[in-house]
Design a protein around this ligand. Structure first.
Ligand SMILES: [Cu+2]
Length: 141
């Protein structure tokens, strides 16, 4: 009799725990997508920015060099927008909301000095002539 009571109690708490867990899982899936400006000039910047966003709570992070915008799909239970800006600032990149510290900016590679107008210009020249992307004309692999 006593054993049965203990058994009932154990089962009850087990079900309660399961219910609580599934509620947590459902809650954890609240996602939101945001898009904002981030300073950057080359593929290395893109890699650096996307790597910085490779954290728990970020589902998708994509930086576009064409319009200098990052698009992030993230879990609102784990992160907020300010935190996303902070993560990017930490690796040396400015965002529309906050700037990277000079210390962090100094660490980015020389060709990535996106604040420098000269560097910005240099990268703009490279755009437009994509010689190696005409796959239709090349059958040799
Ligand atoms: Cu770069």
């Amino acid at each position: 009799m006593e054993l049965f009571t203990i058994y009932c109690f154990t089962m009850k708490s087990l079900f309660f725990t399961l219910a609580l867990l599934s509620a947590m899982v459902l809650n954890a899936q609240k996602v939101q997508t945001v898009s904002f400006w981030v300073g950057g000039v080359c593929d290395m910047c893109e890699q650096r920015i996307e790597n910085a966003l490779d954290v728990k709570g970020v589902k998708v992070a994509d930086y576009s060099l064409e319009n200098h915008k990052v698009t992030i799909t993230y879990n609102t239970k784990k992160l907020n927008e300010a935190k996303l800006h902070e993560l990017i600032n930490k690796v040396g990149h400015d965002t529309s909301a906050s700037k990277a510290t000079d210390e962090a900016y100094d660490k980015v590679h020389g060709c990535c000095k996106y604040r420098d107008p000269e560097v910005q210009k240099a990268h703009q020249h490279g755009e437009g002539d994509h010689h190696d992307h005409d796959d239709d004309d090349h059958d040799d692999h």
